[in-house]
Design a protein around this ligand. Structure first.
Ligand code: MGD
Ligand code: MGD
Ligand code: MO
Length: 812
């Protein structure tokens, strides 16, 4: 989230799109209800299904799954052409004025630089025009034909009302009605928040959908504002923490990048990571990359990491593919390229797409270790469960080890929630039986690995043998020790410019402003610096006073970065430092310093007259409409059809087959034939969760299983009639990859949509239930889903694929 849960109560309009917050985040949803009670906030729900959020929404629209960019692109067009955007904000706080270099273009669904053979872009033309000092040229009047604003305007002029109706299946009157409500928040005294989750991320164009939402918020001046922002409602309680500390395979802690194979030297790596300002005088915070990186390597390798050996840069793995994600790993397993795997708190057989392929991969491993408190499907993949998992164990050679872990409540530590708040909790009880905590197991694994390398040598022992491991109990690092490590400490006395000692050797750092690139600080995760300082454990703070009545309780727990609750909050004030509107006052200049309800996202005593812009992390200091560098599909989000589409062309670029699906999508050779066509599989399907279950593990709990005992699918009344299906009938749902059976729930919550000249029915399939646990046994939903990921993150396309539905056997 750029903002946070309690801040939702400050919104005037709440756009719930690509998420079902009432269902999947029922506790946090109280802040939505608070906004409605407090200021009659308007809740808009846009979803392929009428869902539990819709049930309490003021406005609702159906749309076809995978088409959000068309709705949002249409909205951008509407805001610009009807002059309903936040003029001053856009001019002062975004990149709208920057001029894009000649040579950049877009035609028939593709940006310049596309290479169909490699399915990649050469991004050379996606750049700003630079002046003699290397700064981007700009036109504050926003009139230059190649300024970002005009290019954006031109790009989205194609996103007409007709296209919205044609592609999303949303009646044009409905779209305009919603756009009008949203446009009202361009006023300085009104804000809209966007709440999204998997309905946006789990598509082959997921990252671009989210970016498009961010562009809408910039146009409306809703970024950095109370009640504004782009807010990802994260999933597992600590999944925000997982990405923060770099557990994705292409990241290092604090969103530093694992180097790619073309960056063999430290100098090359730094050259690509250190970002100098693109506009004179701006901050461009990534220019400090080296401080974060060197401090990380000092944390890992201590005295061994020196400037002379490039801080042990050579020991880091280098990625030979753009992203080595889970799909990639599974694919490697199926090719026999992987010997063994550890699976920690992850029910991969149930959770990842194309179950048959995941099963094939696991079956080809030599060994497989699962760390889980429960006996879940994944650890039992080799057993036969009859009709729901029909396998022959004698054909599977994988040796499986199950290491029973405790559950999250049986260990101390911090959990980082969607708000970026690190909240400390104490262990509630010891784990049962032989269970051990994850840290204890991993600690033990690490010590044994080290011992093996010591005793037997090995191909590349250095990174393991030299890893700092000075915990009090070596096979059980405590949560406190780890937290202090993430926070960072001084390795020598640190002095300021005048020679004054500001931090003694060995002391914990105050925050990441104290990090150095010369090896005198160590820090395990720079964005977490400030969480456990010499003042103590900031995450355990429980002061919920709220002096400005904004919900911004900065004495409660600790938020990254710097305990800041709303990112880019400098943008909540005008360029002169006064609030945009009295009712939205948040951070302002009091003549000497920035003050207000939050920790300013800005140099504290840097006066407005100095003109540094609010988005201090970006190279231009502004929010970016034009993303030249970060995303693979191009600088402006463009609509492409899901990999399995119910229509035969992309109406946005009907004459170019290369732009039918995401042009840079990665499909493994082995999966080329695993996609179905709408002739065989005519219905668009989407998958989702229910409040009563948490993924696959609450099917092991009796009460949850009583509340939702059995696998079902949702099917609209009209289609059910057509297919002769009544409520309660068993149905068979088939995709190119397999079939499941389930009970039919016939509903008014799904309706047929008119898309590009044909009628498209959508089917809803909850993800819970499998062949383990106490609930009724079932096929896993992911038997059906396609093995393809988003073009940037490789998040699987769980939300849009094709199926057929038939009546099957008897009635329940
Ligand atoms: N009770 C409970 N709560 C949970 C979980 C759980 O299993 N049970 N899981 C947690 C986890 S890990 C996560 S990640 C979150 C997920 O939270 P959500 O993303 O809110 O959950 P989902 O139900 O997967 O999907 C949300 C909605 O997206 C809609 N949708 C599908 N395709 C599209 C589309 O193309 N456009 C739009 N606009 N909407 C679309 C679906 O119809 C569905 O209503 O929930 C968390 N909370
Ligand atoms: N079709 C479809 N598929 C989906 C999705 C979808 O929307 N549609 N959503 C995707 C998403 S967003 C997610 S997050 C995944 C969820 O997929 P998973 O994360 O694999 O699902 P969970 O059942 O939550 O698995 C977590 C496991 O962790 C175990 N566990 C609990 N506490 C601990 C602990 O302290 N230590 C260890 N080691 N284990 C513990 C639980 O027993 C459980 O088995 O599913 C994904 N798959
Ligand atoms: Mo998730």
């Amino acid at each position: 989230m750029t903002n946070h849960w309690a801040d939702i109560a400050n919104a005037d309009v709440i756009l719930s799109m690509g998420g079902n917050s009432a269902e999947a985040h029922p506790v946090g949803f109280r802040w939505v209800m608070r906004a409605k009670e407090r200021s009659n906030a308007i809740l808009i729900s846009i979803d392929p299904r009428f869902n539990r959020t819709t049930a309490v929404a003021d406005h609702h629209a159906w749309l076809r799954t995978g088409t959000d960019i068309v709705f949002l692109g249409g909205l951008i067009n509407y805001l610009i052409e009807n002059d309903r955007y936040a003029h001053d904000y856009v001019r002062e706080y975004t990149d709208a004025r920057l001029i894009v270099a000649e040579g950049f273009g877009f035609e028939e669904g593709l940006f310049t630089g596309y290479d169909p053979a490699s399915k990649t872009y050469d991004r050379q033309t996606w750049n700003f025009e630079l002046d003699e000092n290397g700064f981007a040229r700009s036109d504050p009047s926003l009139q230059h034909p190649r300024c970002v604003f005009q290019l954006m305007r031109q790009h989205y002029s194609r996103y007409t009302l007709e296209q919205v109706e044609n592609i999303c299946g949303m009646p044009r009157e409905k779209a305009v009605e919603l756009w009008e409500l949203i446009a009202q928040t361009a006023a300085p005294d009104k804000t809209m928040t966007i709440l999204y989750a998997l309905g946006w991320t789990q598509h082959s164009i997921g990252s671009q959908i989210i970016r498009c939402g961010a562009m809408v918020q910039l146009l409306l001046g809703n970024m950095g504002m109370p009640g504004g922002g782009v807010n990802a409602l994260r999933g597992h309680s600590n999944i925000q923490g997982l990405t923060d500390i770099g557990l994705l395979s292409n990241l290092l802690p604090g969103y530093l990048n694992l180097p790619s194979a073309n960056l063999q030297t430290y100098a090359d790596y730094m050259r690509t990571r250190i970002k100098q300002p693109l506009v004179e005088g701006e901050v461009s915070y990534w220019k400090f990359y080296e401080r974060f990186f060197v401090s990380l390597m000092k944390d890992w390798y201590g005295d061994v990491a020196t400037a002379e050996n490039d801080w042990c840069y050579d020991w880091l793995p280098k990625l030979s593919v753009p992203i080595y994600d889970i799909l990639y790993a599974i694919n490697d397993m199926t090719l026999g390229k992987m010997t063994g795997a550890f699976c920690q708190g992850f029910n991969i057989l149930a959770a990842f797409p194309n179950k048959a392929k995941v099963f094939d991969g696991l079956s080809k491993l030599k060994y497989f270790v699962i760390m889980d408190p429960l006996k879940v499907e994944t650890g039992e993949f080799w057993r036969n469960f009859g009709e729901y998992h029909d396998v022959d164990p004698s054909q599977i050679g994988t040796e499986v080890f199950r290491l029973p872990t405790t559950c999250f409540a049986e260990d101390d530590g911090s959990i980082t929630n969607s708000s970026r708040w690190l909240q400390w909790h104490d262990k509630s009880a010891p784990g049962p039986g032989e269970s051990m905590t994850d840290t204890e197991i991993l600690g033990e694994v690490m010590l044994r690995l080290k011992r093996m390398y010591q005793e037997e040598g090995g191909a590349f022992p250095d990174p393991i043998l030299n890893l700092t491991w000075n915990y009090k109990v070596p096979n059980y690092p405590t949560a406190e020790e780890l937290a202090k490590e993430y926070n960072g400490r001084a390795l020598t006395d640190l002095t300021d410019d005048t020679g004054q000692v500001v931090r003694r050797k060995g002391e914990l750092l105050k925050d990441f402003s104290e990090l150095r690139a010369d090896g005198s600080t160590a820090c395990g995760c720079w964005i977490y610096s400030g969480a456990w300082t010499e003042q103590g454990n900031m995450m355990a703070r429980r002061d919920n006073s709220d002096p400005y009545d904004t919900g911004n309780t900065i004495g409660w727990a600790w938020a990254w970065p710097m305990n800041r609750r709303v990112l880019y909050n400098r943008a909540s004030a005008r360029p002169d430092g006064t609030p945009w509107a009295p009712n939205k006052a948040f951070i302002w200049w009091d003549g000497e310093r920035w003050t207000g309800a939050d920790v300013p996202d800005f140099p504290l005593t840097s006066p407005p007259s100095e003109g540094v812009r609010p988005f201090i992390i970006t190279q231009s200091g502004g929010g970016h409409f034009f993303a030249a560098e970060w995303l693979n599909e191009g600088p402006f989000p463009e609509h492409y059809e899901p990999m399995e589409s119910p229509i035969d062309r992309n109406p946005m670029s009907p004459n170019n087959p290369q732009a039918f699906n995401n042009p840079i999508v990665r499909v493994f050779e082995q999966d080329r034939d695993s996609f179905g066509s709408n002739k065989d599989f005519p219905y668009a399907a989407t998958t989702y969760r229910l409040t009563e279950h948490f993924h696959y593990w609450t099917t092991h709990a009796r009460l949850n299983s009583i509340a939702q005992p059995e696998k079902f699918i949702e099917i609209g009344e009209l289609l059910a009639n057509e297919l002769g299906i009544s409520a309660g009938d068993r149905v068979k749902v088939t995709s190119k990859r397999g079939y499941i059976t389930a009970v039919a729930v016939v509903t008014k919550r799904l309706i047929p949509l008119e898309i590009d000249g044909r009628t498209v029915h959508q089917i809803g399939i909850p993800i819970h239930w499998g062949f383990k646990g106490v609930a009724r046994k079932a096929h896993l939903t992911n038997t059906l889903t396609p093995f393809v990921g988003d073009g940037n993150t490789q998040t699987p396309e769980f939300k849009s694929f094709l199926v057929n539905v038939e009546k099957f056997g008897g009635t329940v």
